[in-house]
Ligand binder design. Sequence first.
Ligand code: GLC
Length: 602
Amino acid sequence: MMHRNPSRTLVLGVTAALALTTGGAAVAADRPVRDRVDRLLARMTLDEKLGQMTQAERQAVTADDITRYRLGSLLSGGGSAPSPNTPESWADMTDGFQRAALATPNKIPLIYGVDAVHGHNNVVNATIFPHNIGLGATRDPGLVRGIGRATAEEVTGTGPDWTFAPCLCVARNDRWGRTYESFGEVPELASAMASIVTGFQGERLNGRASILATAKHYVGDGGTTGGDDQGDVDLSEAELRKIHLPPFRAAVRRGVGSVMISYSSWKGVKAHGHKYLITDILKKELRFSGLVVSDWNGIDQIDGKPGFTAEEVRTSINAGIDMVMVPHEWKRFIDTLRAEVQAGRVPMKRIDDANRRILTKKIELGLFERPFADRSYLKTVGSAEHRALARRAVARSQVLLKNDRDVLPLARDGKLFVAGKNADDIGNQSGGWTITWQGASGATTRGTTILDGIRQTAAPGSTVTYSKDGTGIDSSYKAAVAVVGEKPYAEFEGDRPGAMGLDADDLGTIERLRASGVPVVVVLVSGRPLDIAAELPKWNGLVASWLPGTEGRGVADVLFGVSRPTGKLPVTWMRSAEQQPINRGDGQTPLFPYGYGLTYRR
Ligand code: GLC
């Protein structure tokens, strides 16, 4: 008789016991994933399969709904947080939803998604990293991977298992309100920064702090005519493949677990209903084996009219969407899809394929074995270690564009005047997708403003005067720093079809500083290049700071020379808004070319 390895026997015994208590041998943890999926599928009713394909917003369900409708996924839309918005209450909330999901016959755990797009940005006091456009300026995929890891730890401690990130959009027109969510205007930069997928997921999905990543928005969201968010991509297939597809190929190669479909259309056909793009190219040609999720009410847009119809449900599922983000109308979605399946207009084969993809990711993530928040990671939320990483990323993202007569680096013992609406405002320096969907000005979360950073870096006993609009400056100051730019926005709210210059307040502030005769350094906190060519000759220095997040000291590190500026433009900087779209190699003459960035001579 072959003596089985006693410990293996013990494992099998425990596993079998586990299987019996958690819904039968289908979920025995040591069986091959495919086998576990097959056994689960064989036991599932149609309604259980439809529930797995449904993602509802947390505010639109009760625990009983989750159990009764066998819901497979929930999400927090931008800013959708428990009250109080603390890491512990997030963990309590997600665990509560999870217990409701496990109270079903097959005990299939929920997968909970959030937009952790620059840190775990829905959570107050979490570490907020620079938005992607600043990370693109670092040209450092290793740094960006580390940011993914840190974010995954903060997400894991609070309970969610899935982030709707990274955005691998290639922003081709800076008028687009989501330009800052892009790593840059060329595909190779976004492809390189797909390293963050490995940061989020780990080398294998079942790591202790692995969360499912999402390559989004497939495909061409950054290439719409006029930079119109959710607009139309009027490109040939060759151009679409050349510019917008490579980052998704890179993410698939890294084993990205999910792909989110873009609201945009290609030559007039909405991506959410595009079988050639989703099934033929993404799933077959790129061999993507993860799950495809719609965007928020994304299927509603297929016919261009509000709400979704049976035809839109059928079209999107048959096109290859596996899970539908249907925040509020999720009951009607389930009923509609059931009717389409029963009428034979959506094949059961498609339903099973979608469930196979969803269940495979849940099993690979280890959700059946570890369905609840891993509260050992709660201490990482906003931790000193993560904030130090963010500060390094901020410093590396700064791009020095002008430095007349070496006005920078600033002397630490010099008498300094600081002004501008973005100098002392955590909300403005973090941008959209921060605590709320659109973000907001003010002290929205814990962090270090750029002014705080300047004060912490200046020599003890030196003078740092702050005046938001520049009032009070005189010629006794060695230099003036004007921290100006944009206020927070997200998605279409940030589209700028008209002028792209500084607002009147900022121009007035800078003029006030200039009138004193003191050298002026402008620090631009914005989600994109702005139209500043006419003003630039009047400035002595210019730093593109992008949207640095909570660790504003990283900006001061560069201003004072604690860190030398190494950032390079991830996007071409227009000479005027009329040049948009303007990109590398298009024959236009920019103010600063893609890849431009100065450093200090000393
Ligand atoms: C939004 C965005 C998408 C986000 C989703 C969930 O509308 O387009 O990027 O992941 O909804 O918040």
